[in-house]
Design a binder for this molecule. Sequence first.
Ligand code: DOR
Ligand code: ZN
Length: 347
Amino acid sequence: MERLEIISPDDWHLHLRDGAMLKAVAPVSAAHFSRAIVMPNLVPPVVTGDDARRYRERVLAALPEGSTFEPLMTLYLTEDSDPDDIETAAKSGLIKAVKLYPAGATTNSQSGVQNFDKVRGIFERMAEIGLPLCIHGEIADNDIDIFDREAEFIEHVLDPVRQTNPELRIIMEHVTTSQGIDYVKSAETGLAATLTTHHLVINRNHILAGGIRPHYYCLPIAKRESHRLALRAAATSGDPRFFLGTDSAPHIDTAKQSSCGCAGCFTALNSMNILAQVFEEEQALDNLEAFTSLNGPQFYRLPANQTRLSLVKQKEPVGFPTNIPTDGGPVTVFDPGFPVFWTVEAT
Ligand code: DOR
Ligand code: ZN
């Protein structure tokens, strides 16, 4: 039996939702992760400091008794966001980042940014106060091929934003392309990326070859195999610019298995198990702690966790539930498609 003890991990990109879904998924994340950057794309979105304060209360109320899980709140950037409100929320410690969704790019992004000139003042204020910007890096333009949207975003939006605001610290979230990896590596400071568990595991064939598999559909969509390999290399390298953001994004099965299915993979339940397997395959178990527990806090300028978590390699493959129940219906758990031998013990 092999055992690996690491500093407790954090999830630097998580969808906890609200209501019945929040109640079902918050304990799942809290079972393995100590903290999470909580996405603000609720309906309506979490735009103001007051919205975030109230949402945080609902998240805390959904946790099991005695849980020490810490939700790190974010605000959803709109063209009408108030820089003073953002600054107050940041200085009070309530929020740890602002999230930029290009309008129309993904789930509940309608209130996002269309005209980047309108948020220039906010970027300047964020740079001044050292508040990081999380970016969903896809061009939201139906004329651009869905598989090219990340690379186009880097060239036409992200790079110009960085040139204009060199002091703004940016997290390019859920990078799915080798262009994204190369771009992050080209930056000396102020730029990092989160990588999801599922994008280290699936490529676009998993979604589309031999039948359409809605539970592998997420945004940004998984790309071809060469990109997946670039993501795996970056994740397992120990490079401090890359860290885990699961983007665990639960939708009830009826919303996924539909003629127009929602984007999102629910990975919170088995991410740590799958990552141990992936890092073992890449002979990089020594770098797992950097990816899940050290690089994120370093970029966010937060202390690493005090607690620890053990991963234990079993003789037989571990079984995961196919779904978890919620009051709205079941949510399918991400299936990596290969045997996973690692279990998790929070200590
Ligand atoms: O797959 C995704 N699901 N990507 C996103 O950007 C949003 C998320 C969601 O909220 O469902
Ligand atoms: Zn997301």
